[in-house]
Ligand binder design. Structure first.
Ligand code: BGC
Length: 759
């Protein structure tokens, strides 16, 4: 034992010494390089451009960008796809610029690169950290093989408002789950060695609080107390920093009246001084310039403010490039402000190994082998199946039998163009497997399939226009709505079961895609009304990038599967789940509201001084609504399986603990149904009396377990003082003695409980 400890200590000492040596080597390399750099070349490193103006088909060697690269005015590029184009651009920097400093090549690799996996919100519903790490790993392998070394991911903005279209890109409403996912993704992208040619640098975004935009309207103002910020919104960014993320992206919104991009408290005091972040900060797209509209001054002023705040790289807007020299002359900024930023960019390039070999990530052989490879397509199918959430399954209608007649209806049943979801910038939608093909692949010859479109995604011409901004996602049928419905009803009448593939168009979520009404479009509601009147069992499969208000739809449906946008393998994965090749195990990472008026809605709410009693109807002078319950339609953590699980009561190893002790909370979970299956066992804690009001529950642990039919397993969670801490009114992370409740269960609303005391 002692020997092990000595060997362990010696190993960590030698690792630390090695890291220090590397740092010294890097520092002296960069110091030497910076001695040779002119002021213009230093400012050039802070400039991030996209040659196509944001459109990925744009030419790499657009004359303006080409000239700028050659004269050392560009630090990195994004929006260039393909190893040949990237090579061409890197050659300009590495052979034709004076100091031959290589460029960074970034991209929004958000849920896969060319092989597209489910949207991040879907992935988060798997609660499977090794799977999520693998998503990032495979994305890095594929993107790095195609020349890229930097991704603008993970997006970890906590969101409690499904009107906000960008909830699709994040991990939902909970800081604990969000933090675990942030860590897993950083690890997956960056691996253990950033220099390896199959790892890429991650960029955690959007720092900070972007998910709290008022009214769910994108880019809108945010305003919140420090307590809420520290306790609920900041932890996932911090988790990414602790996991060693190489870069951070500033958000568009303001914080305490100062846009994040000029917020020195955020970018320097918190990020660097408190959290110890060592990488570089890039702005979001034209975020420097947008501070003119925020009302902070002209480009000259806002660029200086951003640099002073601690921002290192300016995305697209060229405020740094065009104004910093003058600001230096006017003494608005110092030489050292520029040097620090420039050094951070050069450090990133050094850590990625670009100074050893600017073409490290550029290999046609690797591109041919890795891009869109079979193993990634297979993984995409698995990831998608594991991300779906079964919301209802009456009469065990699912899994479907591989016999009889199925009416397959709905505007998304035979559709390739919406399967990828938002932010799939390099994914080719035409490579998607539509649901009809997936069902035919799995169902086999014993099943007759009657297909009918049934409805357009929407008939609302304003929505059609917005849904089609990046090409036709919503095609309007030449037949009128009634004819479409009639055909679907006819198919339903001739079948044993109806499978309706409904939902949003992919452009209804994502950036600049907020909706004030998050119901299913009317055309599809009408279709479902007509189908449910046939009396046939109706299985609804819902594709969406956000929780929708689907109270009536879930009542009409016999079974309801929330499939999100599943990526390239959507059709096969849906069929795998519908026919029971995979038993669904997803759990919601965001509450589903009953109506828009309940928003913001989240499980970790505060009790208030006039709490509504559990399951009580609306009461006068209590915190509730006259017209709707306080409870969501489906709570955080909810999701069914084809099997059932029972939970024993909680066993505590002790009912009191001192600060140095750990107690163990255990339950026995039994698979009581007819299928093998997975369950996410969730641990929540409630601090009953504290100096700062505490939410009714906080997620503090979870384990995803597999149980064979009939099998039981003991699941234990260690609870130490760390799980009991919160931010007090001085923003100190503390635990206070007193009584705590522990909840363990299958979702945030269905739990067993036990109590203990912290002495
Ligand atoms: C988005 C970022 C994205 C960037 C670059 C911005 O509009 O907010 O999430 O990384 O564009 O594409």
């Amino acid at each position: 034992m002692l020997r092990k400890m000595i060997v362990g200590a010696a190993l960590s000492l030698s690792l630390a010494a090695g890291a220090q040596q590397n740092d010294t080597k890097m520092n002296s390399f960069i110091t030497n390089l910076m001695k040779k750099m002119t002021l213009d070349e230093k400012i050039g490193q802070l400039n991030l451009l996209t040659p196509g103006g944001g459109i990925l088909t744009g030419s790499v060697v657009n004359p303006d960008v080409e000239a700028k690269i050659k004269s050392g005015k560009v630090g990195g590029l994004f929006g260039i796809i393909g190893v040949d184009k990237i090579k061409q651009a890197q050659e300009l920097a590495a052979t034709q610029s004076r100091l031959k400093i290589p460029l960074l090549f970034g991209s929004d690799i958000i849920h896969g690169y060319k092989t597209t996996y489910p949207i991040p919100l879907a992935l988060s519903c798997s609660w499977d950290m090794s799977m999520i790490e693998q998503v990032a790993r495979l994305s890095a392998v594929e993107a790095s093989a195609d020349g890229l070394c930097w991704t603008f991911s993970p997006m970890v903005d906590i969101a409690r408002d499904p009107r906000w279209g960008r909830v699709a890109e994040g991990a939902g409403e909970d800081p604990y789950l969000g933090s675990q996912i942030a860590k897993a993704m950083v690890k997956g992208y960056q691996g253990n060695d950033l220099k390896a040619n199959n790892t890429i640098m991650a960029c955690v975004k959007h720092f900070a609080l972007y998910g709290a935009a008022e009214g769910g309207r994108d880019y809108n103002t945010t305003d919140m107390s420090r307590l809420r910020m520290y306790e609920y919104y900041l932890p996932p960014y911090k988790a990414a920093i602790d996991a060693g993320v190489g870069s951070v992206m500033s958000s568009f919104n303001e914080i305490d009246g100062i846009p994040a991009t000029a917020n020195r408290w955020l970018m320097t005091d918190l990020l660097r001084k408190q959290w110890g972040f060592k990488g570089f900060v890039v702005t979001d797209y034209t975020a420097v310039n947008e501070m003119i509209d925020h009302g902070l001054g002209n480009l000259q002023t806002v660029s200086a403010l951003a640099l002073k705040a601690g921002v290192d790289m300016d995305m697209v807007g060229e405020g740094f490039l065009n104004t910093l020299k003058k600001s230096l002359q006017e003494k608005k900024i110092t030489q050292s402000d520029i040097d620090i930023a420039c050094r951070r960019i050069l450090e990133a390039k050094y850590k990625l190994g670009l100074f050893d070999d600017p073409y490290r990530y550029i290999s046609t052989d690797r591109a041919t082998k890795e891009v869109l490879s079979t193993d990634k397509r297979e993984a995409a199918r698995r990831f998608a199946a594991h991300s779906m959430v079964l919301l209802k399954n009456n009469n065990d209608i699912l899994p479907l039998k591989k016999s009889g007649t199925i009416a397959l209806v709905g505007p998304l049943a035979n559709n390739k163009s919406n399967m990828l979801g938002t932010w799939a910038v390099s994914g080719d939608a035409q490579l998607s497997v539509p649901v009809i093909d997936g069902i035919k692949n799995i169902a086999g010859n014993g099943v007759q399939i009657l297909y009918a479109k049934g409805a357009n995604i929407t008939d609302d011409s304003a929505l059609v226009k917005m849904g089609n901004v990046f090409g036709e996602k919503i095609s309007l049928d030449s037949r009128n709505p009634q004819q479409l419905i009639d055909e679907a009803v006819e198919a339903a009448r001739r079948s044993d079961v109806v499978v309706a593939i409904l939902g949003e168009a992919s452009e209804f979520t994502g950036e600049s895609a907020s909706r004030s009404d998050i119901s299913l479009p009317e055309s599809q509601r009408n279709l479902l009304d007509a189908l449910s009147k046939t009396g046939k069992p109706v299985v609804v499969v819902m594709m969406s990038g956000r929780p929708l208000t689907i109270q009536k739809e879930t009542e009409q449906a016999t079974a309801f599967l929330q499939a999100w946008f599943g990526g390239h393998e959507t059709g096969n994965a849906i069929a795998d789940v519908l026919f029971g090749n995979y038993n669904p195990s997803g759990k919601l990472s965001m509450s589903f509201p009953r109506n828009v008026g309940q928003i913001p809605i989240y499980y970790n709410y505060k009790r208030t001084g006039r709490p509504q009693a559990e399951n009580a109807p609306t009461q006068k002078f209590r915190s509730n609504y006259l017209d709707v319950s306080n409870k969501p339609l489906f709570p955080f953590g909810y999701g069914l399986s084809y099997t059932t699980f029972s939970y024993s009561g909680i066993r505590l190893s002790n009912t009191s603990m001192t600060p140095g002790q750990t107690i163990k909370a255990s339950v026995t979970v039994t698979n009581t149904g007819n299928y093998d299956g997975e369950e996410v066992v969730q641990l929540y804690i409630y601090d009953q009396v504290a100096s700062v009001t505490q939410p009714v529950k906080k997620l503090k642990g979870f384990q995803k377990i597999f149980l064979r039919k009939g099998e039981s397993r003991e699941v234990s969670f260690p609870i130490s003082i760390e799980e009991l801490k919160f931010f007090n009114s001085e923003l100190k992370w503390v635990a206070e003695p007193g009584d705590f409740k522990i909840y363990i269960g299958t979702n945030s609303d269905n739990v067993k409980d036990a109590s203990f005391t912290l002495k």
